[in-house]
Design a protein around this ligand. Structure first.
Ligand SMILES: Cc1cc2nc3c(=O)[nH]c(=O)nc-3n(C[C@H](O)[C@H](O)[C@H](O)COP(=O)(O)OP(=O)(O)OC[C@H]3O[C@@H](n4cnc5c(N)ncnc54)[C@H](O)[C@@H]3O)c2cc1C
Length: 317
């Protein structure tokens, strides 16, 4: 705690008090609307600020984590004892290459929805699958987000990251690196960024040219499909569990008769049993209780142990 307080003071000095929210409820930064306070949420606006903040937290040995749009996070009711770093400002920039029009560099803080709108306008196809995913580019690359048969790995050419400098004795120094699609080792809801504690600052993605109206029609078709199948009107973190080998989490949960199962304000959605939703005032403990019951029941009924897709912050099953 002392290290964290010292780090927060130094961060305020380095990047200004307006970029630092102290004792900030994580419920304001998650799509679940759940989570107690983080010691601080820090907004960094460019790579230089990010490197400075990372240097400070490393030197002070203060716990920290990157957050994107908070759409895949379940944060403890006690909150997060550390510094949550959120990219903003220049990290939202998206830029089409002037010579190679199908290549686009997208800042990690840019939202998927506005990325899709930018690409549609310019007649660039290939991102339609991701247009309805409510996260940032950074979170999507980190998670190798996917939907409707597409995944980030299909369009991502390279990723710019900040990672710890390898030289001995320079614990606080981070350096920028560019990783190829192969280096990112994308798998199902997984990338090398997780294994190596890297921070994604931008991604270069490759698309194909098409008629903007045709792209817009496909985006709209998927939006309607999503809205008709998913409980988009309730706070959630999307699919609660990963797809198990040889099956679908939602089907297994439904077969176990758990649709509508509820603890406090948390419920297995009756519209899509793959989602646990916050029907009002749910705590993290409510959601965990639902998840535990679902896991145990599905395991007993089918022999399959569901693994969480939602990232558990300062809490566990
Ligand atoms: C209604 C709903 C529908 C959803 N549908 C889908 C879907 O169809 N497909 C799908 O894949 N997901 C889906 N999700 C889940 C979620 O939107 C994705 O996982 C998304 O990619 C998370 O992005 P985020 O920016 O919100 O990341 P966060 O939830 O903030 O973070 C997720 C992880 O990424 C890390 N991270 C975030 N940014 C960075 C960065 N710049 N550098 C390093 N690490 C970073 C965080 O530390 C964390 O571990 C859905 C969620 C909701 C609420």
């Amino acid at each position: 705690m002392q290290q964290t307080n010292r780090a927060i003071d130094r961060v305020i000095e380095a990047i200004g008090v307006k970029n630092v929210l102290v004792n900030e409820p994580m419920s304001s930064h998650t799509s679940f609307h759940i989570g107690g306070p983080a010691d601080a949420v820090v907004f960094v606006n460019n790579e230089e600020e990010l490197a400075r903040v990372l240097g400070i937290v490393a030197e002070e040995d203060a716990p920290h984590m990157l957050i994107g749009n908070g759409s895949n996070l379940l944060v403890s009711d006690e909150g997060y004892p550390g510094i949550a770093i959120k990219l903003a400002g220049e990290f939202e920039v998206i830029k089409q290459d002037e010579e190679d029009k199908t290549l686009v560099t997208i800042g990690a803080a840019r939202l998927m929805s506005s990325t899709a709108a930018f690409l549609t306008e310019r007649g660039l196809a290939g991102f339609e699958f991701a247009s309805g995913i409510p996260g940032s580019i950074g979170g999507a690359v980190f998670m190798n987000a996917g939907a409707y048969g597409g995944e980030i790995k299909d369009v991502c050419e390279s990723v710019r990251v900040l990672c710890r400098a390898e030289e001995q004795g320079e614990s606080g120094r981070y350096e920028a690196r560019t990783l190829s699609n192969e280096d990112m080792d994308f798998g199902y809801r997984h990338s090398a960024a997780e294994d190596m504690g890297m921070i994604i600052v931008s991604a270069k993605m490759r698309f194909t040219e098409d008629d903007p109206a045709a792209i817009a029609a496909r985006v709209e078709e998927l939006r309607e499909k999503r809205n008709s199948k998913q409980p988009v009107n309730y706070p959630s973190a999307g699919s609660t569990f990963k797809r198990p080998v040889g099956g679908y989490a939602a089907a297994l949960i439904e077969q176990s008769g758990l649709k509508g199962y509820r603890v406090g304000g948390a419920e297995v959605s009756t519209k899509h049993s793959g989602f646990v939703i916050n029907i009002g005032g749910a705590t993290c403990e409510d959601v965990l209780a639902v998840m535990r019951h679902v896991r145990e029941t599905v395991l007993a009924d089918s022999g399959i142990l569901l693994e969480p897709e939602v990232r558990l912050i300062n809490c566990s099953l």
